[in-house]
Design a protein around this ligand. Structure first.
Ligand code: G3P
Length: 207
């Protein structure tokens, strides 16, 4: 019970650090919630025109998910493998929830895509790598961040079933994917209307 609480609370607190808001503020570049989609993630930070800050946001938001998983994995190394696996997945899931519902921002957080990748990479790197590759592929072809996120979130479940380690990776991927879809409802509406902005492009789709 103590370990469960530590994994959940520790993961949540780590995940609730809003790197997009922090790096933009630190750079005196304003607040991501005031521009573009209003989201606190790297995609929206990029809309400020500051590519370096977007990269930092991606690394911070991804890194905190990975860190939560790695710390939980190391802290439970003396536990039986099943317990270690469950606690590690719990910490990763909690970090993801922390990003979506950070106490510091009145529980109004991000969409979880970077944290999703960081968590998966640390929990089962082949799954994270394959999901990341699918994001890059879709983003390269369509230049729409949300479409890439929605595709890779779905595929991650499949990749987890195919080559997730003997730990609840598929459950973790499914949990995060469902929340990613719920968080992207406004994006899905814009995608259907062909109004979702392209990465680095004009606000509206041209074709
Ligand atoms: O990672 C979030 C991305 O999928 C969508 O972001 O700002 O276009 O809503 P945004």
């Amino acid at each position: 019970p103590v370990l469960i609480a530590a994994a959940v609370i520790g993961g949540y607190l780590l995940g609730s650090i809003p790197f997009g808001v922090l790096v933009m503020r630190a750079a005196g570049a304003g607040d991501p919630r005031a521009i573009g989609s209003g989201n606190i993630g790297a995609t929206n930070v990029l809309r400020s025109g500051k590519r370096g800050l977007a990269v930092l946001t991606l690394l911070g938001d991804g890194g905190k998910g990975a860190l939560a998983v790695l710390v939980a994995w190391l802290a439970t190394r003396h536990a039986v493998p099943h317990t270690q696996a469950v606690l590690t997945a719990l910490a990763g899931g909690a970090a993801f929830l922390g990003h979506l519902f950070p106490v510091w921002l009145g529980f109004k957080g991000g969409k979880g895509v970077a944290t999703f990748f960081g968590t998966l990479l640390a929990a089962a790197w082949p799954v994270g790598l394959a999901a990341g590759a699918s994001w890059i592929l879709v983003a390269a072809v369509f230049r729409i961040s949300s479409l890439a996120a929605l595709t890779s979130a779905l595929l991650a479940i499949l990749f987890a079933l195919l080559f997730g380690r003997p730990m609840p990776i598929a459950e973790l991927a499914l949990f995060m994917a469902v929340l990613i879809y719920i968080r992207h409802i406004p994006n899905i509406r814009r995608l259907i209307k062909n109004e979702e902005p392209r990465i680095g492009g004009a606000r509206k789709a041209e074709d």
